[in-house]
Design a protein around this ligand. Sequence first.
Ligand SMILES: NC(=O)c1ccc[n+]([C@@H]2O[C@H](COP(=O)([O-])OP(=O)(O)OC[C@H]3O[C@@H](n4cnc5c(N)ncnc54)[C@H](OP(=O)(O)O)[C@@H]3O)[C@@H](O)[C@H]2O)c1
Length: 400
Amino acid sequence: MGIWFRQVLSRRPTWVNLLMFFSAYMAIVYVPWDLFIKPVSADEEVWFGILFHGAAAKVLAVPHWLVYAAMAYGFWRSRPWAYPLSALYFAQVAFGMFIWGTFIAGGLGGFIAGVISGGAFAGLTLALWNERTNEERQTLKQRYGDWALVTGASAGLGVEFARELAREGVSVVLTARREDRLLALASELEKNFNVQTRCVAADLTQADAVDRIVEAVSDLPIGILINNAGFGHAGLFEKLDGARLRDMIQLNCAAPVLLTHALLPAMRERGRGAILVTGSIAGRQPLPLHAVYSATKGFDQLFGESLWGELQGSGVDVLVLEPGPTATEFQEKAGEVAHGGAPARDVVRLGLEQLGAQPSVIHGWFNWLRANAAIRLLPRSTLALIAKQVTATRVDPKLR
Ligand SMILES: NC(=O)c1ccc[n+]([C@@H]2O[C@H](COP(=O)([O-])OP(=O)(O)OC[C@H]3O[C@@H](n4cnc5c(N)ncnc54)[C@H](OP(=O)(O)O)[C@@H]3O)[C@@H](O)[C@H]2O)c1
């Protein structure tokens, strides 16, 4: 716990940590007290140097709460928008302080007080604005090393992982079954980003595939492992093809475990590395008509988050990326009726951005709500039945 807390604090300078705790205090204690306990008649809020009383002040406490909650969350999760947002907010405070001192308090004393207090907040604004680039200072290559290995790199999220890693100067080992696609992507990456690549065609449902991949990269210092290959198979459990279900368990569960087991010791020895497992929001809850898939993704979730706990303080970061529906070949391969999805690149960027910041991350606020609020508020029986209704609309009628 202590190691984890120190690691969380080490991500940003002390003054930003203090601001983060202050924002959390404002969001959890002060503004709720202001909002719900303070009598309306006694309420006062200042925005842009204008003093609001009573009901108007009550209403304006809401944006105050939103800003402080967003700041506390954004700093905690190292979200890049946290710095411009807080800089904007404190610029408003600086302006308000100056206006307040100069025009409301008035006189020379008021002007001096306005300049001093406004200047202090203007300084904070500037520091936050400058810090936004410092947060982005370290590239993935600087943090984790020269080489990454991406499974499922012939389509969808895997292609985007490879592109985003290469964009940051990381050389990439690409693996999947369709070698022609791997070779085409490899030459694209080499040409566009001037990185090295290596293609290893392998079927990860085969017993010797992991050993072959590990052998093929034994001379490379793999610093980032993206366990991404996976597929779903939608329909009523007893109507599905048993061999395909076995392959799914092998690919979605056994392959990430075995690859991680093989490549982790060298990362530990180097004292740095990253392991990303592509899970799914389907792993958070029972999903009738996708029963085995949701179980495999639940496995990935627990595996990744447990490993995150084990590896605290080792320098090796672990993240489970949990996409919701994403625009890839997944739906077609799973036998689902096409239903759109988020751009794969956005999902991948979130995953790479959150490496080292938390054990798991869900893409998209609606997916977050589904995966968190619904699961905590509804009984699991209700959840399973609602999920069945939704999934049924996406499954081939012959397989329902
Ligand atoms: N798209 C979504 O809506 C969604 C949502 C949540 C989670 N996910 C997860 O995201 C990950 C990536 O899926 P995607 O959406 O990018 O799907 P995709 O476009 O179908 O890509 C799947 C990748 O896995 C590879 N693969 C499949 N079977 C394989 C095997 N036997 N051996 C080696 N590689 C294999 C495929 O390559 P080859 O066919 O060339 O082998 C392909 O590169 C999966 O783990 C999936 O569960 C997707």
